[in-house]
Design a protein around this ligand. Structure first.
Ligand SMILES: Cc1ncc(COP(=O)(O)O)c(C=O)c1O
Length: 485
């Protein structure tokens, strides 16, 4: 890229050939990067303190050449991060990052249309409304539903809590009590706090042996709070927890919420997209009865990071949560709910075009292929869990309810501390081999290994690698003669 002409320093516009030249430089590197992901280590080298310090610099006054910057970015800096799009990334909750979604982001940013209000981009917003309606249909929510694309699951849950708060508490927030299991994602408590529901009004409900919220404990907690004069208003259940993949008994919780007059929000950031596959819906029975649902297309729909979504069964509640008098400088809002106005449904005004990455990905692949990929991830997880449970010394703590399972190492005579240390070492050693990346979680004093199969790039080869590497490293950590079977 040429620097702007020194004779016209205020000109920031590129010529057509400069745009093409710069885009070609970027695309060449992106394609090389994505096409070779499988040959990169599944966990990047993130020991980079010295590099971070060396990169601090004053604002550059003069233009730099693009090629050396891009080379450093792709060859030195991007690799110094978790390789989240790697096929062997079985850590945390993967997603992958579908390439068309990256192109959608490029189109959105390059064409830079304002999609904050309906009048500014009615046709583009129709595409976004279509994408939200597809999510609604996959989740079997009713036609009254309204939705919102957010930056992630956390912001979707935050907006859901606003809806429940507005509807049930109005301006009297302090008596309001929120319920979630001990295994709920941290975004629930954080969103509560942001919404004015502080930690003394958030109850952690006990779970059963499969890490699912216990409806009897929930009912008892609601009763106790009512007896104290407080106002139970919201239950957040999990359609797949991050720790072990547990799906709360959504139907039983929906019954309880209906009987008690509580808002039922389901956090489906990890698991909701399994509901898009009709054969898997029984695993999430009750999900479609929720008052609101968090989805994370950047997990279960395989999009790159940056897209969460919220569905609210009674769309009026989503609008009420964001309702303020219209500013005099803005166009009048559409007088019919027939058209989708994001500023009426969410907190943002100026925004890019977050719906395009969902819309373009679904259009280019078609829903059938996406469903096939989602279903395959569950099949692979079932197979992986079965094979890993047969490795001597491995104890399965949580079988896959969807596509995530948890385990630890155990042997006769070992203390919990020994087993925790060995399980931690197992994950580190397997990850250091470079074919798969695994992370664990601490639950009730136990450290558990986890495998989460959710990236579209994860296929049978990575499951084979995971099982082989776990078996090899477990053999070095568990004295075979002492393994408990
Ligand atoms: C179950 C669950 N809920 C919520 C979240 C938060 O989603 P996000 O990171 O997109 O904000 C996560 C993230 O991993 C999650 O696993």
């Amino acid at each position: 890229m040429r620097p702007p002409s020194p004779g016209d320093p205020a000109n920031l516009e590129l010529t057509a050939s400069e745009m093409r030249g710069l885009a070609d430089e970027v695309v060449a590197r992106v394609v090389a990067h994505v096409a070779t992901l499988a040959t990169q280590p599944a966990c990047g080298d993130v020991r980079a303190e010295a590099l971070c310090r060396s990169l601090r610099e004053a604002t550059p006054e003069e233009p730099a050449a693009a090629a050396p910057l891009l080379d450093a970015l792709f060859h030195e800096w991007i690799p110094r991060s978790f390789t989240a799009p790697h096929p062997g990334y079985l850590a945390y909750i993967p997603g992958g990052g579908l390439f068309p979604a990256a192109l959608a982001d490029f189109i959105s940013a390059a064409t830079n249309r304002f999609t904050g209000v309906w009048q500014a981009a009615p046709v583009l917003l129709q595409l976004e409304a279509n994408a939200l309606a597809w999510l609604r249909d996959w989740m079997q929510f009713p036609a009254t539903t309204s939705g919102l694309f957010t930056t992630g699951g956390s912001m979707a849950t935050f907006n859901a809590i606003l809806c429940a708060r507005e509807r049930h508490l109005g301006r009297e927030l302090r008596p309001g009590v929120l319920y979630a299991s001990t295994q709920a994602h941290l975004s629930v408590a954080k969103s509560g706090k942001l919404a004015g529901i502080f930690d003394d009004r958030v109850r952690s409900i006990a779970v059963d042996a499969a890490f699912r919220m216990r409806p009897d404990a929930l009912a008892a907690a609601v009763r106790a709070d009512r007896a104290r004069g407080l106002q139970p208003f919201l239950v957040v259940s999990s359609a797949g927890t991050t720790n072990t993949g547990a799906v709360d008994p959504l139907d039983a919780i929906a019954d309880l919420c209906a009987a008690e007059g509580l808002w039922h929000h389901v956090d489906g950031a990890y698991g909701a997209f399994f509901h898009a596959v009709p054969a898997l819906r029984p695993l999430l029975a009750g999900l479609s009865r929720a008052d609101s649902l968090t989805l994370d297309p950047h997990k279960g729909l395989f999009l790159p990071y940056g897209t969460g979504a919220l569905l609210v069964r009674d769309g009026a509640a989503l609008r009420a949560a964001h309702d303020v008098p219209q500013a005099g400088y803005l166009p009048a809002r559409p007088d019919s709910d027939d058209f989708y106005d994001p500023s009426v449904h969410g907190p943002d005004l100026s925004r890019g075009f977050p719906g395009l990455r969902v819309w373009l990905s679904v259009k280019l692949f078609g829903a059938a292929r996406l469903r096939a990929a989602i279903a395959e991830k569950r099949e692979l997880a079932l197979e992986a869990a079965e094979r890993i449970a047969r490795i001597p010394g491995v104890v399965l703590d949580a079988a896959p309810q969807l596509s995530l399972f948890a385990f630890h190492l155990s042997w006769r005579g070992a203390t919990v501390a020994d087993e925790n240390a060995a399980t931690r070492a197992l994950l580190e050693r397997v990850t250091a081999r470079g074919r798969v990346m695994l992370t664990g979680c601490a639950v009730d004093g136990r450290f558990l290994g986890r495998v989460c199969v959710l990236s579209f790039r994860t296929r049978r080869a990575q499951i084979d690698a995971c099982v082989e590497d776990l078996a090899t490293e477990a053999a070095g950590l568990v004295p075979r003669a002492l393994a408990p079977r």
